[in-house]
Ligand binder design. Structure first.
Ligand SMILES: [Zn+2]
Length: 369
């Protein structure tokens, strides 16, 4: 009997999860639409949504006309049922945002980090104070916070016993097996925590809400100061044996080439990361740096200079070539339906260079892929 009870419970859980996910990502929807989108019977949809309404996880959200019949009631996840917090530990700062369940940002806190190689204790202090600030600003009850998702640089080794045993390995900024979960607990944070590599979290966000929607196989390629990627196969992020898969920026594009922050030579990041593009431009101009208060401004200045400067145009053409070849490697390895070019530097370069990047990718990739 025990195994039968488990089966029934699993099925119920599965149905609840399927309907809630549909409503979260694609709501508001009618019961009729839920049934055709999930393949669950009308009776099951009616039962389960009844339960979810009773628990106040979902609410009615108006009516929609049906062809000739009675108007249908629309359902959606109740935005006020709970809250979630997202944290991005980036190269230049820590951003903390508190959302309701309609993903409306209710409070945002940005803390700059003093160094490009911040020590973990500084990051933990900024995380903990950012968390307290968004909670104080919104006045929400801590018990209503369902979870805190934290994107960090480097590889995240998920602990078998949950977030408290998570370890972060980020050699480019000098982090070696940093126990972030435990450090945040020591700083007095008791909320449920979920850690993931920052490129993987951005990739997941593109798949849920952005340019990757509707794709089963995709690669989200991210260019900032550094370079990363999230590889999605069959709808799931590919992690590998110890969660370090997707380090596209540190695949070799030129054997024995330029020195990379990771310690190796010739990595893709050493050619197409914003820091490296600016460095290549400086070298091409005999050591004269491009103007700009920070990397964003300098890269914009370089892109703007391409119209009048042959050197700037050549550096950007080469960048498109390296990036296209790197993308061709992704195409040949993973056979994705779509590659999304993102990250602040990716967006800046894409505006100007997308046709050249496409051409270079096509030239280097296997034709049928
Ligand atoms: Zn590298």
């Amino acid at each position: 009997m025990e195994s039968k009870r488990t089966t029934v419970r699993d099925l119920r859980r599965h149905n609840r999860s399927a309907l809630l996910s549909k409503l979260f990502f694609d709501g508001p929807l009618s019961r009729h639409e839920l049934s055709s989108l999930t393949g669950l019977s009308a009776a099951t949809v009616s039962n389960v949504t009844g339960e979810l309404i009773e628990e106040r996880l979902i609410v009615e959200a108006g009516l929609i006309d049906s062809d000739g019949g009675r108007p249908r009631v629309l359902l959606r996840v109740d935005p006020h049922y709970g809250h979630v917090i997202g944290i991005d530990v980036g190269e230049t700062g820590v951003k903390v945002e508190l959302f309701d369940l309609a993903m409306t940002a209710l409070a945002t806190v940005d803390h700059p980090l003093p160094s490009v190689r911040p020590d973990p204790a500084t990051v933990v202090a900024q995380l903990a104070s950012g968390l307290r600030e968004v909670i104080a600003q919104t006045g929400v009850d801590e018990a209503s916070i369902i979870g805190v998702g934290i994107g960090v640089p480097g590889a995240v080794e998920q602990g078998a016993a949950g977030a408290d045993l998570v370890r972060v390995h980020a050699p480019t900024i000098g982090w070696d097996a940093v126990p972030f979960g435990r450090l945040l607990r020591d700083a007095g944070i008791t909320l449920p925590l979920y850690f993931e590599n920052g490129a993987k979290t951005q990739g997941q966000a593109e798949m849920w809400f952005g340019a990757g929607r509707g794709c089963g196989h995709a690669v989200i390629a991210l260019l900032g100061s550094g370079v990363g990627a999230a590889v999605i196969t069959d709808g799931n992020t590919y992690r590998g044996a110890t969660s370090s898969a997707g380090e596209w920026g540190h695949t070799t594009i030129a054997y024995g080439g330029r020195a990379c922050r990771c310690g190796a030579k010739g990595c893709l990041e050493a050619y197409v990361g914003a820091e490296s593009i600016l460095d290549r431009y400086r070298q091409a101009r005999g050591g004269r740096a491009v103007s700009g208060a920070d990397e964003h401004a300098s890269l914009d200045a370089l892109i703007a200079a391409a119209g009048r400067s042959k050197t700037a145009a050549r550096v950007l053409q080469e960048t498109a070539g390296y990036l296209g070849a790197g993308i061709a490697n992704l195409i040949n390895l993973f056979n994705p339906e779509r590659i999304v070019l993102g990250g602040w530097a990716g967006l800046a370069l894409g505006t100007k260079l997308l046709p050249d990047i496409r051409a270079a990718a096509q030239e280097h990739a296997m034709r049928h892929a």
